[in-house]
Design a protein. Sequence first.
Length: 425
Amino acid sequence: MQSIELPYFLTDFPGIGGRIKDRPEDFFVQEIPLYEPTGDGDHVMAEVQKVGVGTLDANDYIARALNVDRRNIGYAGLKDAQAVTRQIITIPFVTPEQVMAIKSDRIVIQWAAKHRSKIRMGHLAGNRFAIKVRDVDPMKVVALRPALDTLARRGVPNYFGEQRFGQRNNNDLMGAAFVRGDDKEVLRLLLGDPRPGTDKPEEFAARTHFSAASYEQAIQAWPRWAHNERRALARFIKSGDSYQAVMAVDMPVRRLWVTAMQSRIFNEIVSQRIGNIDQLITGDLAYKHENGSHFAVEDAALEQPRADAFEISPTGPMIGRRMSNARGRVFDMERALFDRYRISARDFRSNERDRSHGDRRPLRVQPKETKLESGVDEHGAFITIAFTLPRGAYATILLRELMKNDSKSDAQAGQVEDFDADSDE
């Protein structure tokens, strides 16, 4: 299955072009915590500002500074290094004073207070962004206001970013094959399927050898950086068993395959309904934005005023063993995609490969606290776009609607939102 072209929602807006993330200070993101520190307990909750430092690297530095195990540091999501980011973390068995004493040129503790428990992945309400778009006419800020207002009123497509599908754009195919137990297909995609002109020379050679069943030559050809490929192939050579070979791949990588498959199906549903992501269909499962629950839409016309007020939104599937199905033609649309991937919720229930609960995800999200300004600094002209988004939503998807410049906005932006915020860990 090939990657789909994600259609735009704002088809009448030509976009302002431009570039983002020329430098870290051009991309600011701050987590909005789900709860405040309790004021007592064995943990310290702190807000950490990082400049040009990724989440895990910052956690490593803080762990060394406090002489604690990095695995005991809690955090709600992963943030990109190429940005100025403020994140909430928790550290056990230290004092707020010790945390505030941490000094670094690129890591600054904003505040620290006692808390009762470790923060977990996904425990945030959303993120606040302020993003400078460069190489743009600052006068275009005037045309940008009505476009941003339309997104605030009708919603931003809740697409997943393309990064999770991998450089070969087939993580979703491996995820589907893995869930349905087709281990030979997983290995074909992981170790074979050579692509001339796309693969690096050494990788192309290794994949070509594997496809020709020259396994010893393949393992010699795989470069050292291909840890999972080499591990899987070595297990396959030793055992001759595809299942054992697949299970030799790191569990987070196997989990990534499955989330990529879930995300691709969801993206395709959004794509099919892109012009009407704010319109309910009888049979939809509607998402309540106030609490994250959903309910079956029996009469779309009756419920549509609530959607117009952005109280509820239609949803798409994140397939898993407990996912609720839509009804009528909405269900037919979703089932057609499941059939294309040859998977069903039963596959998640009938094996121990992946136990994702599944979920319903809203087709749209609402940007709030939107603000625009333009100006010129020592690096040139810019337009700053500021907004908040709920957790699990991608700032780069909002930006592509306004910039209409995928090659620059998506390729340079990277993943700044929480990668696993919507997974069932």
